[in-house]
Ligand binder design. Sequence first.
Ligand SMILES: [Zn+2]
Length: 336
Amino acid sequence: MDLYNYSDVIEYLNKNIGFSDEEIYDFKKQDLSDNFKDIFGKYFFFCQTNLLEENQKFNIYPASFYFKNDSTNNAAADYYENGFYLININEGFFYNLYEIFLGDNNLFKINKTLQELLFLNNGNKISVNYLMFQASTLFTFYHELGHLIQYSGMYGKSSNLNNSESYKNDAKPFDFNNHLMEYDSDLYGASYVLNHILIYFDELDYELKNTQNYEKTLSLGLSSIIINFLLLLGKDYKSTKVFYRETYHPHIYIRIFYIMDHFISNSVDEKYEVKSNNVLKSSIDIVSQFFPDGNLILKNLFNSLLNDFDNIKKYYDDIYDGSEKLMYLAKHKQQV
Ligand SMILES: [Zn+2]
C-alpha cells in the first residue's frame, strides 16, 4: 500500500481506525476545479510526506494526515489507543482559507490596502496572497504536529487523546497543561511559518530589502496566523474580555502576543531594526481588511496590555515556566 497516495490512505484508515465512508473527505471524487484539486493534493502530499519522514525522529508511528468531511472551521490531532497518530483538517476550513486568499473573489483583487502589499512579489515565484495561504495552512499543520509530538512523549497514555482547535470545544474544563500544550504547539507552528516567510524575504529583489519591508513580511506571516485564529473563533472574535486560567485554549490576545514576541525575537537580523509595534499594527491592518471589525482587536489588545499588563505578564511567565518543566512538550524535542 502506497501511503503517499490519498486513496490508499483512506482505505488504510478505514481498515485500521474503522472510519465510515462519510468521515473522510475524498477531494479526488468531488466536483472541484482542477486547480483546487491540485491544491488539495499538494497539501495532502506535503503533510503526509512530512509525517512519514518525521516518524522516526519523534516516534510517532503509524501517523497519517486526512481531510475530515466537515464544513466547519476546525483541525485536530488525535492519538488512538491502538497506537495511531492522526492529523486532520476539516475540508470546510481548508476551503475557507483557499477562498479568502486565492478564490476567484479574493480581496487582493479589489482591496487597496492589500494591493499595496503586492509589490512584495518582486523577485519571488509566488504571490503575496499565495504566501499567506501557505503561512496559514502551514501553521495549522505544524501546530497539530506539535500535538502529536507531545502525545508521543506522554508516559502511560492508555486512552484516546484529542486536541481540537475550534473554540467551540472550549466547553471542556480548564486544564493548565492544555494551555501549555497549545502554547507549545503555537510556537512550534509559528517557527515554521517564520522560516518560510524569511526565505520569501530573502528572495526579494535587493532594492526592496529594508527594515520597513522586513516588518511588512513579518506581518504577512503574523496576520495569516491571526486570520486562522479568527476563523476558528467564529462570530465571537469581537469578544473583548481577556481571561487567563479559563477554557481550553489561551485567549486569542495572549496567543497573538506570544507569537509576535516569538517572531520578533527569532527574526533578529542586525541589518534591520524591527519594532514590535510596527509589525503588530501592520498585521492588524491586514487582518482588518478581511474582518471589518479587525481594528477592534488591535484597540482591545492594546487596552488589555495597558490596563492588565501585570496579569498578562504573570500569566505569560507562568506558561513559560510551566512549559520549561513539562518535558513531553515539542520544545524539548526539537533537537532530537
Ligand atoms: Zn492545538
